[in-house]
Design a protein around this ligand. Structure first.
Ligand code: SF4
Length: 404
């Protein structure tokens, strides 16, 4: 453990002091109105339906609040942040305005060369790798750790897999901060090993290898997955005992399916008794992600003409929500309200098919009754949701002031 006098992970008891600023920066009157009206706003021919669970999750609220508390506690010190506190450009911009310095990632972790002993470093809600943590501890600076409790739960699971000689097969994005931090937990035990798979297609490769039907064999497999695995990973050695975990913000349905399918693959390759001994799976999707995905699935049972999903383009849980919606209805994942230009009638959004930003005109149905579904990822504050609703209404000529 780090030195208790320089390591904080429960805030500084300054909640009351920062609450007013937090409210001013992130709360939204329009969202309050939607909540008061059963998540529904009817304005002329347009009905806005907001998902029952949306926006800031408990982990993000806590991390942002601790960052504000840190500024209040150490007004004179330099404060650094390892990466982004969460994946929301608006929130990160606010922290920069408060003088918090964002550290850039390098190939081996964040670059802490400018951090001195008397400085403060905030660790984000995703956590940092063991390497980063140890580097900071060696520097002796003050660490404010906002790692979400749900992420810590995944770490514990991965740590146990490593302790017991299981390779952690992590459903996640290998480059995502949370998954990098989670994967690094295997290093707590000599020989601890991980492999990250992004989706079922990649899990299929793993299953094919387990069952001896992967085309191209070991070298091809390694070429494809070396970047997403422990440096010493060898598929011939490390796919014999597997424990499945996942990044907390993936599509829950897919994570469960991967766990189930890999278990079946182990049984096909080695028999049921072998699977019982050498395969484990544990759903580590966090409850906030699950609740938001469940809520959007409920919303999608209603007739909707279009769905708008708000959140950072690099926000994993927002991408998962957009993927769910796009299966049922025309869906736009926008970064924030500015993505909607009422004057031009356009929307700027992240194209799910290729991850690139695109712009579309005439996206809003201008005739007849229109029902618009809205949800937001766990890192999107309420004021950004409210601004988006206002711009949706403005697109069809409705001034939000007339309904407030
Ligand atoms: S999405 Fe889940 S794991 Fe991530 S910060 Fe929120 S509650 Fe924590």
């Amino acid at each position: 453990m780090a030195d208790e006098s320089t390591y904080y992970r429960k805030g500084f008891g300054l909640k009351a002091e920062v609450q007013q600023t937090l409210t001013a920066d992130y709360d939204g009157r329009l969202v309050d109105l939607l909540l008061a009206r059963d998540h529904t706003l009817i304005a002329g021919p347009v009905t806005i339906r907001l998902a029952k669970e949306f926006g800031f999750c408990y982990g993000v609220e806590r991390a942002v609040e601790y960052a504000y508390q840190t500024r209040a506690k150490f007004p004179e010190r330099r404060i650094f942040l390892a990466g982004e506190i969460i994946h929301n450009p608006h929130v990160n911009a606010k922290l920069k305005e408060m003088g918090i310095i964002f550290l850039a990632p390098s190939a081996t972790g964040f670059d802490y060369t400018q951090v001195a002993k008397e400085d403060v470093v905030i660790l984000p809600a995703f956590g940092v790798t063991i390497h980063d943590f140890e580097t900071l501890r060696a520097l002796g600076c003050i660490m404010v750790d906002t790692t979400c409790g749900s992420v810590l739960n995944v770490w514990k699971r991965v740590e146990v897999y490593a302790r017991d000689g299981f390779t952690s097969l992590i459903h996640g994005k290998y480059y995502h901060e949370e998954t990098r931090a989670t994967a690094s937990q295997v290093e707590k035990y000599p020989g601890g090993t991980y492999l990250v798979v992004r989706d079922m297609a990649q899990a299929e490769d793993v299953m094919a290898y387990i069952e001896g039907r992967f085309e191209g064999g070991r070298e091809v497999f390694l070429t494809k997955y070396r970047h997403a695995a422990s440096p010493h990973f060898d598929p011939d050695l490390h796919l014999k005992r597997i424990g499945v975990a996942n990044q907390t913000t993936m599509l829950a349905r897919e994570s469960l399916a991967i766990g189930e399918a890999v278990g079946q693959s182990m049984a096909r390759a080695h028999g049921e008794a072998y699977r019982a001994e050498n395969f484990r799976t544990f759903d580590t999707i966090c409850s906030a992600t699950q609740d938001r995905q469940d809520a959007v699935n409920t919303l999608l049972t209603e007739p909707l003409d279009v769905m708008v999903v708000i959140g950072g383009y690099n926000s994993s849980n927002t991408i998962s929500l957009a993927a769910l919606c796009s299966e049922q209805v025309r869906t736009y994942h926008i970064e924030d309200a500015l993505g909607i230009d009422p004057a031009r009638g356009t929307i700027r959004y992240r194209d799910l098919a290729n991850g690139q930003e695109a712009e579309e005109g005439g996206w809003f149905p201008m005739e007849g009754v229109v029902r618009v579904g809205v949800t937001a990822g766990a890192s999107t504050p309420n004021n950004k949701i409210g601004e988006t609703v206002a711009r949706i209404l403005a697109t069809c000529g409705i001034d939000v002031a007339s309904i407030l």
